[in-house]
Design a protein around this ligand. Structure first.
Ligand SMILES: Nc1ncnc2c1ncn2[C@@H]1O[C@H](COP(=O)(O)OP(=O)(O)OP(=O)(O)O)[C@@H](O)[C@H]1O
Length: 196
């Protein structure tokens, strides 16, 4: 397997925004809004993981990518399989997510990664794009997340992949995404930070 990454071809890159947060806090929602406003490209580290998992297990990759309940049937197995792949090669899904959208990544100056879950995800982007990096933590209360469909799932919500980034990360921006929070003001501040 090729583990090299040629960051030189992305010298046009101005910002990489990494979004982290608990399930149903609104990472995708905020990522999509930002991408719309900034004409940025959206990347998901879970995309190559799901597509490869689907191929190996001969199940429907498109269904796995959608937010349907289909993916919940496979979530635990996918986490386990992803752990094994990451153990062998910690940056595998970061590289694959970029490679799979190489054409857009090669031209778009702003990348938004919607689902970082690991210190190694941050380390990969920090290694290759230290000056462009912005780390954004999305937060929402348990009640808000429940209203958005979150149900505590043992071995998922308490797994390392969902909890590792709860500590020891210095976030560039913390986005408070409850219904009572001022969404537009925070978006404006975040966009100013991205464009500065
Ligand atoms: N500020 C908001 N206003 C209204 N709806 C929101 C807001 N943030 C998130 N939502 C809604 O809450 C639900 C969950 O959000 P989203 O899918 O973005 O969460 P997520 O953190 O990406 O979840 P997961 O980790 O499970 O993929 C979606 O239906 C989304 O439209």
């Amino acid at each position: 397997m090729c583990t090299s990454f040629d960051s030189g071809k992305y010298s046009h890159l101005k910002k990489v925004i990494l979004l982290s947060g608990k399930r149903k806090c609104g990472k995708d929602y905020i990522g999509e809004k930002l991408a719309d406003k900034l004409q940025a490209i959206l990347l998901h580290l879970s995309e190559p993981l799901k597509l490869e998992f689907a191929r190996l297990h001969q199940i429907d990759g498109k269904e796995l990518l959608s937010s349907s309940s289909y993916k919940e049937n496979y979530r635990k197995d996918m986490i386990k399989w992803g752990e094994e792949k990451r153990h062998a090669d910690p940056s595998i899904f970061c590289r694959l997510a970029i490679e799979q959208k190489d054409e857009q990544c090669s031209t778009n100056p702003i990348w938004i990664v919607c689902d970082i879950r690991r210190y190694t995800d941050i380390e990969f982007f920090r290694k290759y794009f230290p000056k462009q990096l912005l780390l954004v933590r999305v937060e929402a209360s348990i009640e808000t997340r429940q209203n958005r469909g979150w149900v505590f799932t043992p071995n998922v919500d308490d797994s390392e992949s969902e909890c590792q980034l709860d500590e020891n990360v210095r976030w560039s921006f913390i986005f408070s995404n409850n219904d009572s929070d001022n969404f537009e003001t925070q978006m404006t501040h975040l966009i100013q930070m991205i464009q500065s």
